[in-house]
Design a binder for this molecule. Structure first.
Ligand code: ADP
Ligand code: ZN
Ligand code: MG
Length: 474
């Protein structure tokens, strides 16, 4: 029998606010353990939370970027459970009135554009982090109370590859919106995978398994592939699947059962008595809407059609938004936009890496790259000289035209001067001249190379070609 894979993802993303969700402690990774803490985020008795508006703003903005709507009413609920890293013994979250609902993400996958619906993106708080030492464990509460956005998809994903592409697209969108730094290594993005299988002909969803403990997108892809196989095997052997939570063991490459079915009532959810529900005003929302940026996929499509650049170039610019911005500045008013793209991707990017500089550290403006391309296009300099000019420009910040003038690098297109170069080369290389006259094309390339050499790369190659042919026929 053929089985179909059904996946829904719950992605937790730390918002990059300056301070935590309910107190003024720094939201900062890498501080000494238990230094960004206070009575509120340690859950000491008698304290009251104060809402961080920046977290609400970033949540609404994320909602807009994910095509969600922002309901006029949202509230806070306590999810109660006992665990050492959870100092209050409850986690604040949004159960039935979340901040944003009903959106979708379009992204590239499996050779086309696919759509995954977003059920909701709601706000909650992160908990502390446990560390296990030789014979004791410790907890760092710096992370407790950091605003955490949970983005829940509908079960629209049907392959490991699609899940992987969705996660990358989501990360890219969140980075564009500058709502999270999305650093996987720092645990800023974590994902639970809900997965079930069903016979291809069946419309009812299968029993779902939730896989936890995933900290890399490639790990998630491997876990899905493993779990699909495992579930199909159980069914093929006539067994039944139960709703359960499993843990991914990345080293062993397997999932193990952690616990079976837990229901919402196990958490004794109830509205938080310390926090008021909130009603976003229209003015507040429209101010946030102004911060909505062009989405990566839209940007890619627009760049390809507006600038006529190939898909591979647009992909680079979408992955590296600053480089893309730079390109869009550089290409203004320049006809050969492909050439500008090549310069930015091949030359500029390589130079940046080589010199350890960032785009903001450049001493020349994007327009200088456009100018350089135009100089090559108009035949004022050759491609080879352009390289030299570019290197100089990178060092000194002087404009291409300035460099060409001060170094006398303009391409020589004066027939008299070029003829003199050709004459010199013909006289000095009688054997090659004979070869060419005997029909060996390669000999002409050699002669041309010699002309370029004595002109120090400045001779107009097309004119040299024409002139040599003309002079050698005589
Ligand atoms: P729960 O109440 O158990 O948390 P939800 O309905 O909130 O379940 O769904 C949680 C996630 O699991 C969502 O991403 C959803 O798309 C996904 N999901 C729900 N049912 C299934 C299923 N049968 N197979 C795969 N994913 C599912
Ligand atoms: Zn605090
Ligand atoms: Mg749920």
């Amino acid at each position: 029998m053929e089985y179909e894979l059904v996946i829904g993802l719950e992605t937790h993303v730390q918002l990059n606010t300056c301070t935590k969700m309910w107190c003024g402690c720094a939201n900062e990774y890498g501080s000494d353990s238990n230094t960004n803490v206070c009575p509120v985020c340690l859950g000491l008795p008698g304290v009251l939370p104060v809402l961080n508006e920046a977290a609400l703003r970033k949540t609404a903005l994320t909602g807009f970027l994910l095509n969600c709507s922002v309901p006029g009413y949202a509230k806070w609920d306590r999810k109660n459970y006992f665990y050492p890293d959870n100092p209050k013994n409850y986690q604040l979250t949004q159960l039935d009135f979340p901040s944003t609902v009903d959106g979708y993400v379009n992204f590239e996958s499996l050779g086309g554009i696919v759509k995954v619906r977003i059920n909701r993106a709601h706000l909650e708080e992160d908990v502390g982090k446990s560390f296990h030492f030789a014979d004791y464990s410790g907890i760092d509460f710096n992370r407790a109370g950091v605003p955490l956005l949970e983005i829940v998809t509908e079960p629209d994903i049907n392959s490991a590859e699609m899940a992987y592409d969705y996660l990358n697209a989501l990360k890219n969108i969140l980075e564009y919106g500058a709502v999270s730094d999305c650093d996987m290594e720092k645990g800023q993005v974590r994902c639970d995978v809900n997965i079930s299988v069903r016979p291809k002909s069946q419309s009812k969803l299968g029993e779902k398994v939730e896989i936890k403990n995933m900290n890399s997108f490639s790990g998630i892809r491997r876990a899905i592939t493993y779990e699909f196989k495992r579930q199909v095997e159980v069914l093929e052997k006539g067994g039944t699947l139960v709703q359960e939570t499993r843990r991914w063991d990345d080293d062993a490459g397997v999932t193990d059962s952690m616990r079976t079915k837990e229901d919402a009532h196990d958490y004794r959810y109830f509205p938080d008595p310390d926090l008021m529900p909130y009603r976003p005003s229209d003015e507040w929302l429209s101010a946030i809407r102004e911060g909505v940026v062009e989405l990566p996929l839209d940007r890619k499509m627009r760049m390809m059609s507006q600038h006529k650049i190939p898909q591979e170039s647009a992909d680079v610019f979408v992955r590296e938004p600053l480089l893309g911005d730079y390109f869009e500045q550089a290409v203004k008013g320049v006809k050969n936009s492909r050439s500008v793209a090549n310069w930015v991707i091949n030359n500029l990017q390589a130079k940046l890496v080589e010199s350890g500089t960032t785009i903001d550290g450049l001493t020349f403006s994007p327009a200088a790259i456009g100018e350089l391309v135009e100089l090559v296009e108009s035949g004022k300099i050759s491609g080879k000289i352009a390289q030299e000019v570019f290197n100089e420009m990178f060092k000194s910040g002087v404009s291409p035209l300035g460099i060409i003038e001060s170094k006398g690098l303009s391409q020589v297109s004066d027939t008299v001067q070029l003829k003199a170069f050709c004459e010199e080369v013909i006289v000095a290389n009688p054997a090659s001249v004979d070869d060419f006259r005997d029909g060996k094309e390669a000999a002409l390339n050699f002669l041309k190379g010699q002309v370029m050499k004595i002109s120090r790369g400045k001779a107009n190659p097309k004119m040299v070609d024409d002139l040599l042919r003309e002079m050698l026929v005589d």
